[in-house]
Design a protein around this ligand. Sequence first.
Ligand code: B1N
Length: 839
Amino acid sequence: KIEEAAAEQVKNNILVEDARTGLSVDALKRAISNNLFYVQGKYPEIATRNDYFMAISYAVRDRMLQRWTSSVRQYISGKNKIVSYLSAEYLLGPHLANNLINLDIYSQMEQAVKELGFSLDWLIDKEVEPGLGNGGLGRLAACYMDSLASLEVPAIGYGIRYQFGIFEQAISDGWQVEDTDNWLRRGNPWEIARREISYDVKLGGHVQRYIDEKGKLINNWIPGWVVKGVAYDTPILGYKVNTANTLRLWKSEAPRTFDFQSFNAGEYSNAVNQKIICENISKVLYPNDEQIEGKKLRLQQQYFFVSCSLQDMINIHLRSGDKIENFYEKFVVQLNDTHPSIGIAEMMRLLLDVHRMEWDDAWKVTTKTFAYTNHTLLPEALETWDLELFASVLPRHLDIIYEINKRFLVDVTLKFFGNHQKIDSLSLIGEGRRKYIKMANLASVGSFAINGVASLHTELLKKTVLKDWYEFSPEKFSNKTNGVTPRRWMVLSNPQLTKLITSKIGDTWIKHLEELKGLEKYAEDPEFQQAWMEVKLEQKKKLTRKIHGTLGMIVNPESLFDIQVKRIHEYKRQHLNVLHIITLYNRIKRNPDIDIVPRTFIFAGKSAPGYRKAKLIIKLINAVGKVVNNDPDVKDRLKVVFYPNYNVTNAQKIYPAADLSEQISTAGKEASGTGNMKLSLNGALTVGTLDGANVEIRECVGEENFFLFGLTADEVEKTKSEGYRPWEYYKNNKYLREVIDQINDGYFSQLDQLIFKELTDSLLYDDQFMVLADYQSYVEIQDKIDEAFRDKSNWARMSILNTARMGKFSSDRSIREYCNEIWKVESVPVELIDPSKTS
Ligand code: B1N
């Protein structure tokens, strides 16, 4: 009897395992039905769409867990070096479809869901994306996590589990209005809360100094308060490999003791207040892109997640039995911009005060651990912290930064003797009306490597913001041009093009994007050109339906889809695009029978809520759209669309439909750009300046397949130093004058002449971003584009060549460079644990 029961159990075990891991259509169907019943507690008649979304997501997660636990086991064994990516932002996008692709079970799941009576797309569309980032910087972190896992590199991404991500944008009367992003409202099936993994983080208070019995100076930080960080883990699966890395995001909570003390004393409301104050730290993402917000809460956020992460890494390291002195052999920590750069001071504090190391040893460990990526040259985005504010949050770290600075400036003085300008510029402390801490300098002194994100950007970095650092330690500098993951940005978002490409060159390009080169030989093939343009048209039709569904607007899928999607910022010059639209409109008004290529201008992007001019640009786009779209003279040849709430989900629908990619930032201002890569990869031609990665894209696709215009970065600087007078461009160009006058006279605002004044005044009398200087050149290249689009076959050829030559811009290439040249880490193929043998 006992033996029979045992045999029965074994049989059951196998069944259980099958329901959790089986990949056949039948197993997947069973798993979804089981989850619906046992996890959601529903049966089909009463199940909601979200219930089904949860049921399918848990079925997918189950199938990732063996890879995930196996990866973790291998990494914590202590044998492999781990990349630790520290980022305040991760703009992941929806997980479900991506995980199906990386697990390689997309088609089985499609079939399983179909047999249950639904469409997979319908469930995929239900997912609310985690918008834990603002734009390119956060999205880059997500692409890099994908590539690290796909290349089987041991890695942990550390960040903040914001309860509210980037706000949701709606457009009301042409203006942006913000709504909170309550992304966790319906639950998050992808994360596992690890309540047992938590760390205390001190804040505020003061430092007590004394000499201990051994004569050693002790710095005892008595905090004003303490918060607890709890780990929430999300698996990041590689493409068709066993590796599933961890994204560990920290949620802030009140420490138990804190609650209890007040609670026991009967101070219930005090206990509740403490809970709220602690939870505030990970409550909301700051919605500013490239604009610092010198708020105490932001510094607390940065310190909170960095402290939890470093404590966690040290914990992992020590538990593998190794010594603290060897920390840098176990972990290499990449700083995603300066936002986590307080980590350098925190590492020193942990080594000195907690692990009782001597300064020189601690500094050695620290400077062998960190590497720093700079993402911007814009002065308004370079982080500084008011010294008094900093001291009120991190008094012990201020001491440490002073000590780092003192020792560093001794070296500086030796190298640049008597050169006070150099000493001032390299100092970690700035002195103006108030003292402040320069985070880029802290990051630079504490890191063994510093990199920019595109070739031009790295060169400018060495010549401008980090010039003196480059002179002081040139060996630290290198370039790592950004990249994007072809899994999400082609396979997932453009399955039709993926299929067409694969029919010609096989599917290994998905992991080795340079293999797209193999398409070059079909660029002139009329049949392939036709198939290529059919896919493009199909994608344009899909977007057309989406636009109709969202905005009720009808656009012509045969028209040229001219697309500018990105954060709204003056340096990105969405308003230059608008000046061109008005120019075309005026040509039509002057000559209604003019022969021009019909165009659909599609804009999308969020503005920082407090950035007035960016919000005004959104209003201008919508105001111009309203007039142009409804003017009978235009006869639907021009349409202006502002697609609301640009995010990863919407981006995936927009990129595949683009004919033309607008990358028109003022030269020298866009560090890299990554949307430029995704668009060109999907067969769009680029109209762009020599800025950021545009320079390298143009080199790769060939200058004859790229529409270049505008001043170069050098010319921008030269023009400015010679005294730029935008007014002169206005005065001397009658078409430009007409356009600006129309905006000013209220042509697009029912004769309201005040509404856009702030914008036009800034163009006419300041024009920091050289919009007027580049206007003529922009209009001329747009005329060439009009001409080029008429030749369908040649356009198809150029489009194919764009895709074929984008191989360099895979984030796999970027990550390989980081691994080989900065991190010195290698791939570690993961051996799977047999889940039936773990108990
Ligand atoms: O980082 C991207 C680049 O491709 C873009 O060119 C660059 O603009 C972007 C403060 C930033 N730089 N700096 C930021 C974001 C949030 C914040 O609070 C700065 N974002 C970029 C990836 O390299």
